[in-house]
Write a protein that binds this ligand. Structure first.
Ligand code: HEC
Length: 149
């Protein structure tokens, strides 16, 4: 390596070292998220619901890309109120009210998106609705975690 390259590489390293605090912030603040106290079974149930949320997001996105409003509506509907089964309702009583509020709002927004797709809303409107759903996902993930690690 030429001396000039070594100089550039070392200043890049110095820069990275200086920025490492910023890069690591999401990991370092993990412990600042509120841990939910749930049983292992309840945690598994919540994780399964989360994976279903992500599958809905996948189906909605692909449905919009394909122009299939039927796929958008069906994918959104799966994460609507219908997802709130007895176990989810029982769990809600053990969770912080703010968490439950965002959760309910998310189910409602999926149902609203399904209704909009069924009514033939424009792609831009559906993408905007999906963006608002994703805002709920990221806001909740920034505030809460399941395990006490
Ligand atoms: C009301 C709060 C809340 C909302 C809203 C929410 N999540 Fe989550 N999600 C969580 C929590 C808490 C975890 C566990 C995170 C942890 O312990 O690090 C989680 C975990 C996940 C996981 C990992 C599942 C696994 O198997 O470990 C996925 C995927 C996920 N969420 C997707 C989503 C998507 C997509 C949305 C929006 C459509 C969403 N979540 C909305 C609270 C929420």
């Amino acid at each position: 390596m030429s001396p000039a390259r070594v100089a550039i590489a070392s200043s890049l390293l110095a820069l990275l070292a200086g920025c490492s605090g910023a890069y690591l912030t999401p990991v370092q603040t993990a412990s600042a998220r509120t841990a939910l106290s749930l049983s292992p079974g309840e945690r598994a149930h919540m994780r399964a619901g989360m994976r279903a949320f992500l599958e809905s997001v996948e189906g909605i996105t692909q449905g919009i890309a394909e122009g299939s409003m039927q796929r958008v509506a069906a994918s959104a509907r799966r994460s609507g109120w219908a997802m709130m089964d007895d176990a989810a309702t029982a769990m809600a009583l053990k969770l912080p009210p703010e968490f439950v509020a965002v959760s309910i709002d998310t189910h409602q927004k999926f149902d609203d998106l399904a209704a909009a797709a069924e009514a033939g809303a424009a792609k831009g409107k559906l993408l905007g609705d999906l963006g608002q759903i994703l805002t709920n996902c990221t806001a909740c993930h920034a505030s809460y975690r399941l395990s006490p690690q």
